[in-house]
Design a protein around this ligand. Structure first.
Ligand code: SF4
Ligand code: SF4
Length: 380
């Protein structure tokens, strides 16, 4: 059985939060069971972009600070690191409050710059991950619970994709192409290459709607902790009201028979799960809809059946961030206009995730609009 611990807490007030994290970790043996004296412990928050803590895009700095303090008190050497999806690491750390959290806890910030190729026995034979990530004795993963355009939800396993340095993320998206299953497999293989020692999910204020970069903060008042990120994600998904049929990562983990991929195999400490489940998170607008149509039909009806990104000309400032991030180079900016080549687009939604102006909208084909209405799915 896998162990996952839950705790309710209303906000990020530092003193109470620290006590709550201590309580949360008790079923796992406490921080002393995770960290040994003298170990270099890399704390990996979600540092997607330079956004303020209130926007709920990044892991809240109070959680990062408290965890860093607890690592130090357990005798470890805490470090805080990531490779943001967009923007320089220092700027993102500053704006998100993580730089202040590092200073307050006396912790060094580590930018993921160079990477090391790592042989994998999985489907992806060689995976390059940040040297700082691989060199750490222990990883403590601090994801934010958010909806995600491509994978429906981002939490503990997806947060480890930050160990892929900068632009190499786009190359991996390109390799996985349009397949959610393949991308899920990649994420799981990254997790298996170097397993985090501990995962603590920031779901005090989570994100719903057009996550992970442009959704709406949603107060949930929950912390989730566990050693196994697959199990942590399964519990987080149920708390967000999301079933496995919406979650390619969970389905792939179960196909791979990974421990923790089934709720029945998880022992939950803290309040009963069903007492914490609130309204289902509003889903992102670009999400694929699985209507059970055969693959050949989907191909023929691609334009009508799928959602594609489209720049909102009222908001778009033609900054080029999306063009530079687009894995298959499907975006061009010419003569003061942005265009997207649908034939090339793999619908990874990196453009939407990374647009600093929330200007990349979703355009649904006619048939998709009709089917979405008929299926009763809520719009974002
Ligand atoms: S859609 Fe966003 S990222 Fe792309 S050019 Fe416009 S403002 Fe920049
Ligand atoms: S246009 Fe956007 S969704 Fe399409 S491949 Fe490029 S980044 Fe991904």
């Amino acid at each position: 059985m896998q162990t996952v611990s839950l705790l309710q807490t209303p906000d990020y007030e530092l003193v109470a939060l620290k006590q709550n994290i201590i309580t949360l970790l008790k079923p796992l043996g406490g921080m002393a069971a995770i960290v040994s004296r003298g170990e270099r412990v890399l704390i990996k928050p979600n540092l997607l972009a330079a956004k303020s803590p209130e926007q709920a895009v990044t892991t809240h700095p109070a959680l990062v600070q408290v965890v860093a303090e607890l690592v130090t008190e357990a005798g470890g050497i805490a470090l805080i690191g990531d490779s943001p999806g967009i923007g320089g690491f220092r700027r993102v750390a500053q704006k998100s409050g993580i730089a202040a959290a590092a200073a307050a806890s006396g912790t060094a910030l580590v930018e993921f710059t160079d990477s090391v190729e790592f042989p994998s026995t999985g489907m992806f034979h060689r995976i390059q991950l940040a040297r700082a990530y691989l060199d750490a004795d222990k990883i403590i993963n601090l994801p934010k619970l958010k909806t995600h355009e491509m994978m429906t939800m981002t939490c503990a396993v997806k947060n480890l994709f930050g160990a892929v340095v900068g632009t190499q993320k786009a190359a991996w998206h390109l390799k996985a192409g349009t397949s959610q299953e393949l991308f899920a497999r990649l994420l799981l293989e990254i997790y298996l290459l170097k397993k985090p020692a501990l995962n603590i999910v920031d779901a005090i204020v989570a994100m719903e709607g057009n996550g992970p970069g442009s959704g709406d903060p949603v107060q949930r008042g929950i912390l989730i902790a566990g050693v196994n990120p697959v199990a942590v994600d399964v519990v987080a998904a149920r708390l967000a009201g999301l079933d496995a049929d919406l979650l390619p990562l969970e389905r792939e983990a179960e196909r791979m028979q990974l421990p923790g991929s089934r709720l029945e195999d998880i022992t939950i400490y803290g309040p009963a799960l069903d007492t914490l489940v609130g309204a289902r998170f509003r889903l992102p607008g670009g999400l694929d809809v699985q209507f059970g149509l055969p693959g050949f039909l989907k191909k023929v009806m691609k334009q009508n059946l799928l959602a594609f990104p489209a720049a909102d000309t009222k908001k778009c400032v033609l900054c080029g961030v999306c063009r530079n991030a687009c894995p298959p180079a499907a975006i061009t900016i010419q003569n003061n206009a942005l265009s997207i080549d649908k034939a090339r687009c793999i619908r990874c939604w990196c453009c939407r995730e990374l647009c600093p102006h929330d200007a990349m909208a979703v355009r649904r084909g006619l048939l998709l609009k009709i089917l979405t209405t008929l299926s009763g799915r809520k719009k974002p």
